[in-house]
Design a protein around this ligand. Structure first.
Ligand code: KIV
Length: 256
């Protein structure tokens, strides 16, 4: 059963929320089968699947394409669609672009940083919004932990409260000290979803390619539950060897 924003919000009191990213139909199908309550089609797709060096390099067309694929794979799962860089810089374009992502199959949209008036406007127009503070890769200069100085921590804390006040129903906290995440989690009524933010958040999100070990480098805070890249390499080697030996065709089809 697909969870709406209210059901996810109510999970704050009831149970920890496990969110994974997905960008493709077959992976989304696996996550739905596993009972993951919400899938994030993150702009991390820029690096994980498209070979770009920054999330700033993808656009609305890319996000629409990936959200459509994930929706076809997970018709009964809440999908959060990431607003790509520069798609939400003013109220008018943010509204148009958010509508496009919802039309492509997202149930809610996520945007980074302290865009309070934009969040409020989207919410007033019946759109469901997830906020994101701490490390915000679209505008960060590097990927260091955010909120380690008193001043920065105060800034992240204020931003979290502002995002909640603007009407977001959920808040991603990325790469901040666990103590700060814990303090924010206790101060807001909406669920906090951590990535590199300690274990006291109301839920956790992981980038699927990091979790399955598909790729060659991961952030220090991401756990690998599997190592898929070496398996793909081995399949490719085995296949090439069998082609060379003339033994690659399936036994059942050999003489048809
Ligand atoms: O784009 C993404 O995958 C994200 C997560 C890291 C939260 O925003």
């Amino acid at each position: 059963m697909k969870l709406d924003a209210n059901s996810l919000l109510n999970m704050k009191q009831l149970q920890p929320i496990a969110i994974l990213t997905a960008y493709t139909c077959p992976v989304a199908r696996c996550l739905e089968k596993a009972g993951i309550p919400a899938i994030l089609v993150g702009d991390s797709v820029a690096m994980t699947e498209m070979g770009f060096s920054s999330t700033r390099q993808i656009n609305m067309e890319h996000m629409v394409y990936h959200i459509g694929a994930v929706r076809r794979g997970a018709p009964n799962t809440h999908i959060i669609g990431d607003m790509p860089f520069d798609s939400d810089c003013d109220i008018r374009s943010a509204t148009q672009n958010a509508r496009r992502l919802l039309h492509a199959g997202a149930d809610s949209i996520k945007l980074e940083g302290s865009k309070y008036s934009i969040i409020s406007h989207l919410v007033e127009n019946n759109m469901v919004v997830v906020g994101h503070t701490g490390l915000t890769p679209q505008t960060a200069e590097d990927f260091h932990k955010v909120g380690t100085t008193e001043q920065e921590a105060e800034q992240v804390y204020t931003e979290a409260l502002g995002i909640e006040k603007a009407g977001a129903f959920m808040l991603v906290l990325e790469h901040i000290p666990a103590t700060l995440a814990s303090q924010i989690t206790a101060s807001v009524k909406i669920p906090t979803i951590g990535i590199g933010a300690g274990s006291d958040c109301d839920g956790q999100v992981l980038v699927i390619n990091d979790a399955i070990g598909l790729g060659d480098k991961w952030p220090p805070f991401s756990k690998q539950y599997a190592h898929i890249s070496p398996i793909i390499e081995q399949v490719a080697r085995d296949f090439a060897t069998e082609v060379a030996q003339g033994t690659s065709t399936h036994p059942k089809t050999q003489h048809q």
